[in-house]
Design a protein around this ligand. Structure first.
Ligand code: IPD
Ligand code: CA
Ligand code: CA
Length: 264
């Protein structure tokens, strides 16, 4: 029988290749909020993943971004972002992924992220290490925040919610080598695991954005916490992920900054 890992890898690839094949086509765009969009590709990718899980593991629960979750009382729950980086995808910016995680009794035991444009498959199992295209990966060795390349993102309610990450960004950008806002939180976390980014922080993310990347960073030897340094959970206000070495310095910047954008 196919293992959970093999299943997740196979379907992350299938959904990712589906997204890649439609990438240059004209997309149907529906606005969920002022700047929050969903395309036909998000919905079709999700349908592909959800129906595969329902067929193969009919008793498992599922939490997927574009549809309502199930609540069957299973000890297993799949957390699915069928397309992380929708804004990029809709604009033809080739940085997006499929993110699949499996939780057992509330613990993430498996995380798979596939970037179809780069053909990069990231995977981690609890206590089994993290891998990129089959090769073990680990977080970077950067010791100082001022030498670090960081990533972040902004929430979809940036225009109306004063807790919008702008003050944290303004402080952090003066203290690091550089910051990227690449537009896919799951892939940002995978890049931390692979040692490409030294750290990542963001507010208001959902379980499907962070579950797989959280396990990847942890299994690659990094550190994932809430903004105050406590253990990260899906109820955390923010996520702070790093190589461990610059974690306290990032936390310090966040803790010393007034989060609220006074213009709003
Ligand atoms: C978004 C991306 C983005 C992050 C947003 C997410 P979506 O997910 O991960 O980088 O800044 O907060 O909601 O909507 O493309 O799946
Ligand atoms: Ca997402
Ligand atoms: Ca998404």
């Amino acid at each position: 029988m196919m293992s959970y890992r093999e299943f997740a890898i196979s379907f992350a690839r299938k959904a990712g290749l589906f997204l890649k094949n439609r990438f240059t086509e004209k997309h149907e765009i529906v606005y969920k909020g002022e700047i929050d969009i969903v395309t036909e590709a998000d919905r079709m990718s999700e349908e592909m993943l959800v129906s595969a899980i329902q067929k193969k593991f009919p008793h498992h629960d599922i939490l997927a971004e574009e549809s309502l979750g199930t609540n069957k009382g299973s000890e297993y729950r799949w957390l699915i972002d069928p397309l992380d980086g929708t804004t990029n995808y809709a604009h033809g910016f080739p940085f997006f992924c499929v993110s699949i995680a499996l939780e057992k009794e509330g613990e993430i035991i498996l995380g798979v992220i596939y970037d179809p444009m780069a053909d990069e498959l990231y995977e981690a199992t609890s206590e089994g290490g993290a891998f990129l295209n089959g090769k073990k990966i680990s977080v970077s060795n950067t010791e100082e925040l001022s030498r670090g390349l960081l990533a972040t993102g902004f929430p979809y309610d940036i225009r109306t919610n004063p807790d919008n990450n702008i003050n944290y960004f303004n402080e952090m950008v003066l203290k690091t080598q550089a910051i990227r806002r690449a537009g896919s939180a799951a892939l940002d976390l995978a890049y931390v695991a692979a040692g490409r980014f030294d750290g990542f922080w963001e507010l208001q993310l959902s379980p499907w954005d962070t579950a797989a990347g959280w396990l990847l960073v942890t299994e690659a030897g990094g550190c994932v916490t809430d903004f105050d340094g406590s253990n990260y959970s899906f109820h955390s206000r923010g996520i702070l992920a790093s190589n461990g070495k610059i974690h306290d310095a990032m936390k310090d910047v966040i803790e010393k900054t007034d989060p609220l954008d006074k213009r709003l």
